[in-house]
Design a binder for this molecule. Structure first.
Ligand code: IMP
Ligand code: MG
Length: 170
C-alpha cells in the first residue's frame, strides 16, 4: 500500500484545523462535536485533544456503504446521539466526504433538532466525486478520486488503525 498522507502531515493539519475552529467561535461559546462512527473516530480523538476545555462531544453511527468501495446512496442511523442538540453550536466530524450523500443526509436530520449553528469538519474531501452540493466548513486535505484507508478509514472494516492515510492497492 502506498502512503498518501503521513502521520506527521495529519498531525500538523489537525492542529491547524483545531486553531481555526477555536478562532471562529466567540470565546464564551461552547462547541459540541458530533463524531460520525466509525470512520471519524481517529480524527475526532486527535481534533478534540488539540482544542480547549470548552469542547464537548457525542457520537452517532451511520452506515452508508456495504463491504465494498461503492456508495449505495443509502444511509442508515445505527446509533443515535445521547444528548439534545437544541441551542448548541455543533460541528459534525466526518472522516471523508465523497459523493456527499451521507453528509447531506446527516446535516438535514441534525438541523431538524434545532441547534444554534451547524458546521462540518472532514479530514478528507474528494470533490471530483460529489453528487450533491454539501457545505463542508473545515477540510483537512483534498484528494483525487482514489480509495483510501487508514486513520479511521476502512476497507471491509480493516486498516482503520493505520496512523497514516494510504491508497488501497490491488
Ligand atoms: P459519501 O456518502 O459518498 O460522501 O461517503 C461517505 C462515507 O463513505 C465516508 O464517511 C466513508 O465511510 C466512506 N468512504 C468514502 N470514500 C472512502 C474511501 O476512499 N475510503 C474509505 N471510506 C470511504
Ligand atoms: Mg464515514
Amino acid at each position: 500500500m502506498e502512503t498518501l498522507i503521513t502521520a506527521d502531515q495529519i498531525h500538523q493539519r489537525v492542529g491547524e484545523l483545531a486553531d481555526e475552529i477555536e478562532r471562529d467561535y466567540p470565546a464564551d461559546d461552547e462547541i459540541h462535536l458530533v463524531g460520525v462512527l466509525k470512520g471519524g473516530f481517529v480524527f475526532m480523538a486527535d481534533l478534540v485533544r488539540a482544542m480547549s476545555a470548552r469542547v464537548t462531544m457525542d457520537f452517532m453511527a451511520v452506515s452508508s456503504y456495504g463491504k465494498g468501495t461503492k456508495s449505495s446512496g443509502q444511509v442508515r442511523v445505527l446509533k443515535d446521539l445521547d444528548s439534545s442538540l437544541e441551542g448548541r453550536n455543533i460541528i459534525i466530524v466526518e472522516d471523508i466526504v465523497d459523493t456527499g450523500l451521507t453528509l447531506n443526509y446527516l446535516q438535514d436530520i441534525l438541523r431538524a433538532r434545532a441547534p444554534k449553528t451547524v458546521r462540518t469538519a472532514c479530514l478528507l474531501s474528494k470533490p471530483s466525486r460529489r453528487q450533491v452540493d454539501v457545505q463542508v466548513d473545515y477540510i483537512g486535505f483534498t484528494i483525487d478520486d482514489q480509495f483510501v484507508v487508514g486513520y479511521g478509514l476502512d476497507y471491509a472494516e480493516k486498516y482503520r488503525n493505520l496512523p497514516y492515510i494510504a491508497v488501497l492497492g490491488e
